[in-house]
Design a protein around this ligand. Structure first.
Ligand code: FBP
Length: 608
């Protein structure tokens, strides 16, 4: 029979069409998986909310506590810098409470499981309201009830699509009043904000504003945070080892990078410049480097500490390319953290100056029609060094630095093609080195120690490149085994805090390798004073990679070997079910002093 006379089997078509809207064969399976649940949330084999009591755990010393106390006069006396922990002795017996939840900022795997945990903690006697489209939806009053049956669709699936998210910052009086009105009109008793450092700072500000007198009887609205960001830069030592979404994103990137690494000695002809998402901190790049062992992985925090210029970074790459080419290895992988350019001192000054001019003159700039006019205006306001640096950059890159800022006034670094900029600059430098190799060869620190035949091999070698940016690929995948369990327990913690009447706390889980401890971290204890956009602001600081951390020190001890040898590791796809063995992110396990990579967050429990 010819193919034109064949017809598709209608049963197969029907089965296939059912896979639309989060009902793929894969999603159907992952939804049914049991999850580890912490003991504090289990009573008589059923999920139950926990109460809270003071913990002996302490936050790191906060030098700005007095200023925070002044800025949060109502919240601070309640929360201060005192950590709470889940307590099975005082389970809240509450009914009729209405808790609203929203996503804020970029998506991260496991958000849907936070919703599931919240819903389970609240139980059938309380109401969980979903806010559509993040903070913007809150201002517009877009709330709807999340039903038990919604969990059948949500559990263990990736993305934030059930509610949507956005990056609106609720910061002015008009917005605060709107939120108050929405909470009063929709009888919201508690608001849970699932977000990163900025969003949790916002949660603290809202907790202060909504502390009292929202409802007719004088009650306020509780505000709670849940730590989310694939960037992994919302951490608080042992009390909050990592934000959710980091594990899934880094495992997805590690699979992709591992595949590319495996391609390099197979095809033997490309250098791959791979930029990895992570707006500021380089936790993602460090984790992926440890998972995959590339030739070079830049860690922005180290570059900043060493005050390296863009040209010195280019030289590091060129030396490695030449050394490997001398040994006949004409390929390699370079990992570049998304935020790298903001950590190069000269670029940092330039970007800071640009941010300030663009924030201060936003209205004026919006009235200028052409890029040339904008440039003229901006260049007239920044320092001579910055103007010079701007002029030395490739044209495309220069324009990118002038793109509109996000709602927090930050440069949208994910739009800056750093990987392409480096390729362009490395190409030029390698050409210079090949034309006249003598000055580059030798034993001085800035030179390359190559034998004459290696120099010859390098000079004859071809430098072919590919650029990649792995970012959005990793944010919305189904949560890894770790993130699925972690987020469900974070949801249970936040739901319990809501029922326990707490406000101004962020849910956290510590002791990830030994049963987990559900904690409530006081937002007022996490807030510091930081200079942003030319003024002091109260913010939760981003946790950057520390160059004296165990994870970074381990990386330091192995990177020379990775640079010189043709070694790599290809970890394969992330695990979504099966044993919890070997599933912790390696940077987290190293920094937390864990004995292994196994996580332990309680007993496997069927959720739906
Ligand atoms: P959050 O901190 O809000 O979770 O977002 C992190 C992130 O994934 C960054 O790594 C990245 O720079 C940014 O989002 C990109 O988001 P957008 O597409 O909104 O610019």
């Amino acid at each position: 029979m010819s193919s034109s006379t064949k017809t598709a089997n209608p049963d197969l078509i029907r089965v296939w069409e059912e896979t639309e809207k989060n009902r793929s064969l894969f999603e159907r399976e992952v939804r049914n998986l049991p999850l580890p649940v912490k003991k504090a949330f289990i009573e008589n084999k059923k999920i139950a909310p926990a109460g809270f009591k003071p913990s002996e755990e302490k936050l790191a010393e906060n030098r700005d506590l007095n200023r925070v106390a002044e800025a949060f006069p109502k919240l601070y006396p309640q929360t201060g810098d005192r950590v709470l922990k889940a307590d099975i002795a005082n389970r809240p017996l509450v009914s009729g409470k209405r808790v609203a939840v929203l996503f804020s900022g970029g998506p991260a795997a496991g958000g849907h499981n936070v919703l599931a945990g919240l819903k389970k903690a609240l139980g059938p006697d309380n109401v969980l309201l979903g806010v559509k489209h993040g903070p913007k939806g809150l201002l517009g009053g877009s709330l709807f009830e999340i039903k038990e049956e919604d969990l059948n669709r949500l559990l263990n699936t990736g993305g934030f699509d059930f509610l949507g998210t956005d990056r609106t910052k609720i910061k002015n009086h008009g917005q605060f009043k709107l939120v108050k009105a929405v909470c009063r009109d929709q009888r919201v008793d508690a608001l849970v904000i699932i977000g990163g450092d900025d969003s949790n700072t916002n949660a603290a500000v809202l907790a202060e504003y909504l502390f009292e007198n929202v409802h007719a009887d004088g009650r306020g609205v509780q505000v709670l945070g849940v730590p989310k960001t694939i960037d992994g830069d919302l951490q608080e030592g042992a009390l909050l080892p990592i934000s959710f979404g980091f594990d899934t994103a880094t495992k997805i990137y590690s699979e992709l990078v591992g595949n590319i690494l495996q391609d390099t000695p197979s095809s033997r002809k490309y250098w791959h410049f791979i930029k990895l998402m992570g707006r500021s901190a380089s936790h993602v790049a460090l984790e992926v480097a440890l998972q995959t062992k590339p030739a070079i992985a830049f860690i922005s925090e180290e570059l900043e500490e060493k005050k390296l210029s863009l040209h010195q970074i280019v030289d590091i790459i060129c030396r490695s390319v030449a050394r490997r080419a001398g040994r006949g290895i004409n390929y390699g992988v370079i990992l570049i953290p998304e935020g790298l350019i903001e950590f190069i001192p000269e670029m940092k000054i330039l970007i800071k100056e640009l941010n300030e001019v663009m924030a201060d003159s936003a209205r004026l700039l919006s009235e200028l029609n052409t890029m040339a006019e904008k440039k003229d205006f901006i260049y007239g306001k920044i320092s001579a060094e910055s103007v010079k640096l701007m002029a030395s950059l490739p044209h495309e890159f220069e324009n990118m630095l002038l793109l509109d800022r996000d709602s927090h006034g930050n440069l949208q670094v994910s739009q800056i093609p750093t990987e392409k900029l480096l390729i362009e600059m490395v190409n030029i430098r390698l050409h210079e080195m090949k034309v006249n190799p003598a000055p580059f060869i030798g034993q001085a620190e800035e030179q390359i120690d190559l034998a004459p035949e290696e120099v010859e091999r390098f000079v004859k070698s071809r430098f072919a490149t590919n650029s990649h940016f792995f970012g959005y690929e990793g944010r919305c995948g189904a949560p890894s085994r770790f993130d699925a369990a972690y987020t469900f327990n974070l949801g249970l913690t936040a739901g319990s805090l809501a029922l326990a009447g707490k406000t101004g706390y962020m849910a956290a889980i510590s002791a990830l390798d030994c049963g987990g401890e559900a904690l409530a971290l006081p937002l007022t204890g996490l807030i510091h004073v930081e200079r942003r956009h030319g003024r002091d602001e109260m913010v939760i600081e981003k946790a950057l990679v520390e160059t004296d951390s165990p994870a970074f020190k381990y990386f330091l001890s192995v990177r020379e070997r990775w640079a010189g040898e043709d070694c790599f590791s290809s970890p394969g796809p992330r695990q979504l079910w099966g044993p919890v063995a070997g599933q912790l992110p390696i940077t987290v396990a190293l920094n937390q002093g864990c004995a292994g990579l196994d996580f332990d967050l309680g007993e496997e429990t069927r959720i739906i």
